[in-house]
Design a protein around this ligand. Structure first.
Ligand code: HEM
Length: 526
């Protein structure tokens, strides 16, 4: 494949031809050359060593400038952010992510961001803590029962699958609040729809195939129709209730103390337009899309964070022990609550280090709205795509030191901004105005879940686990969904010393016999 004419506009940078179809780079195309540590992102972690932090890479016929230099990232996300737009995802991905905040632009994006942002203030999120805590405790109880039934006091589970229940519960509560039961039904259908869409995404894309009346497509269309119908009905009911409540309150500022959910915030914004016509309403269709977007953006990302944190704690028993000691010091035998969370500093460091080593969102893409010259002299032509390789930056030894590949939460002891040599070398939630709106919720879920599990279980890796991080839009531990036998055969037979190469996402657990008396969980290895 030849290079495009604008090659000459980028003189200081090297060019690399990348033969894969349009994707975020699953790595499968070059995996055979660069197995293991760089597996999820070989193009960026290995080519980057050779070509420097800024280089051009080809995704089929589309060139993308990869920018892994924090100073340039600062320009793209902050100081020159007006010149760049979010990359428009493939229709199959858009079907998954909904037409909400993630893909909106301009005034519409600003309105939605302003309205929805209210849900994520800490005081409001704290109201979710009892609900999230309850669902984690229920999960822990099921594991305890499974361990007891086995007789060994130990249970092996695929934590990634179990964590889905916790994150689905949290995002359903955050979206629907008091209408949780209706929301659960809708998100159950959305889950099925996403499973179909992600299956289609993993296959070779045949243009127009998604419009053909196959059995799966019929089912997807029906699900989509049912989701819309149920949501529209729910929005209608909630709008009537909100109107009645406003009338009853007659202008009084009513804070009921309950969680301000996303759907409620959108409905209230629309109610305000009837009282103050200058305000802008969010149409029902857009509310429906927003609900789908939040389900997509909030569920799997947080599931993967929880899974990676469990994997890393299983691999590093010394850190697991320190985190458990902290949880027991702060919470004692009480269930972790919102009052305890700020005191769990070490757990916060562990979550940050997890997000650094295995960021669920491995990269993000921007498109230039006009010709832009960056401060390094690089001329970016209009419509050029820029790929910001979050994961590669998180592993760059120039900012993180020679132990960049090692798990060392202590580097976050003085906060995230001081963990690396450059404050922007850590961007798991993006940067600037389009930074993740749900990051406080994700952190809250992660801290609370890990605290509850550490209080009750000892986590170990299963001998069956194969460490093979895989990118399919997000960063997953190895999953059956990507040619398992091929991937397994590439894992070295000998377990290498670097623990980041072989680890596990299974949890072996043992319940504490008497939580009140014991400060530390009893251990009994089989
Ligand atoms: C560990 C968990 C999460 C990670 C790593 C993550 C990562 C990110 C990143 C990197 C972006 C910015 C993308 C870009 O600049 O192109 C983003 C945006 C976004 N995230 Fe998250 N996210 C997480 C959890 C959540 C949760 C729990 C929610 C919802 C409750 C959420 C909702 C969103 C939305 C709506 C956007 C688009 C914001 C906008 O464009 O204004 N995320 N996320």
């Amino acid at each position: 494949m030849g290079f495009m004419p604008f090659t000459s506009l980028l003189p200081p940078h090297r060019h690399l031809c990348f033969p894969s179809p349009d994707c975020y780079c699953c790595g499968s195309c070059v995996e055979w050359q660069f197995p293991s540590p760089s597996r999820p992102f070989p193009s960026l972690m290995v080519f980057g060593d050779d070509a420097g932090p800024t280089f051009l890479i080809w995704f089929g016929p589309t060139p993308r400038l990869t920018v892994a230099e924090p100073e340039l990232i600062l320009e793209i996300f902050l100081t020159r952010a007006d010149a760049f737009d979010r990359y428009e995802a493939h229709p199959v991905v858009r079907q998954l992510e909904g037409d909400g905040l993630v893909s909106l632009h301009g005034d519409k994006w600003a309105l939605h961001r302003r309205v929805l942002g209210d849900a994520f203030y800490p005081d409001n999120l704290n109201r979710l803590v009892p609900h999230v805590g309850k669902s984690v405790a229920a999960l822990a109880e099921k594991w305890r029962e499974m361990a007891a039934a086995d007789g060994s006091g130990e249970v092996e589970v695929d934590v990634a699958e179990w964590f889905q229940e916790v994150t689905e519960e949290a995002i359903t509560r955050a979206t629907f609040g008091g209408s949780y039961n209706d929301g659960r039904v809708v998100f159950g259908m959305q889950s099925q729809l996403m499973a179909f869409a992600s299956e289609a995404f993993r296959k070779v894309l045949v243009p127009g195939y998604r419009f053909m009346p196959t059995k799966k497509n019929w089912l997807s269309w029906k699900l989509d129709r049912d989701i819309r119908r149920s949501l529209t009905r729910l929005i209608g009911r909630r709008s009537d209730e909100a109107a009645a409540a406003v009338k009853a309150a007659e202008g009084e500022k009513a804070d009921t103390g309950s969680f301000r959910d996303l759907l409620g915030l959108m409905i209230n914004a629309s109610q305000r337009t009837t009282r103050a016509p200058a305000a802008k309403a969010i149409p029902v269709h857009d509310m429906v899309e927003e609900c789908k977007t939040f389900f997509f953006a909030g569920k799997q990302t947080t599931t993967n964070l929880l899974t990676w944190a469990t994997v890393l704690l299983a691999m590093h028993p010394e850190w697991q022990e320190r985190a458990r000691r902290e949880v027991l010091d702060v919470c004692g035998s009480d269930d972790p609550s919102k009052e305890h969370l700020p005191g769990l500093k070490m757990l916060g460091m562990i979550i940050n280090e997890t997000l650094r080593l295995y960021p669920p969102a491995v990269a993000t893409i921007r498109r230039a709205k006009a010709d832009v010259r960056l401060s390094d002299g690089c001329m970016i032509p209009r419509d050029m795509e820029l790929l910001i390789p979050i994961m590669a930056i998180h592993h760059d030894a120039r900012y993180w030191g020679q132990d960049a590949a090692q798990f060392n939460p202590a580097r976050f002891a003085n906060g995230a901004a001081r963990a690396a040599k450059h404050p922007l070398a850590f961007i798991p939630f993006g940067l600037g105005s389009r930074m993740c709106v749900g990051q406080n919720l994700a952190r809250l879920e992660a801290k609370l879940t890990m605290a509850i599990l550490l209080q009750r279980f000892e986590i170990r890796t299963s001998p069956k686990y194969v460490h093979a991080p895989t990118v399919l839009m997000l960063l997953y531990p190895h999953r059956r969904l990507m040619e398992p036998s091929k991937n397994l055969s590439k894992v070295p037979a000998e377990v290498p010393e670097d623990p980041s190469i072989t680890l596990d996402r299974k949890i072996s657990s043992e319940t504490r016999q008497n939580r009140r008396v014991e400060r530390m969980p009893q251990r009994r290895r089989s």
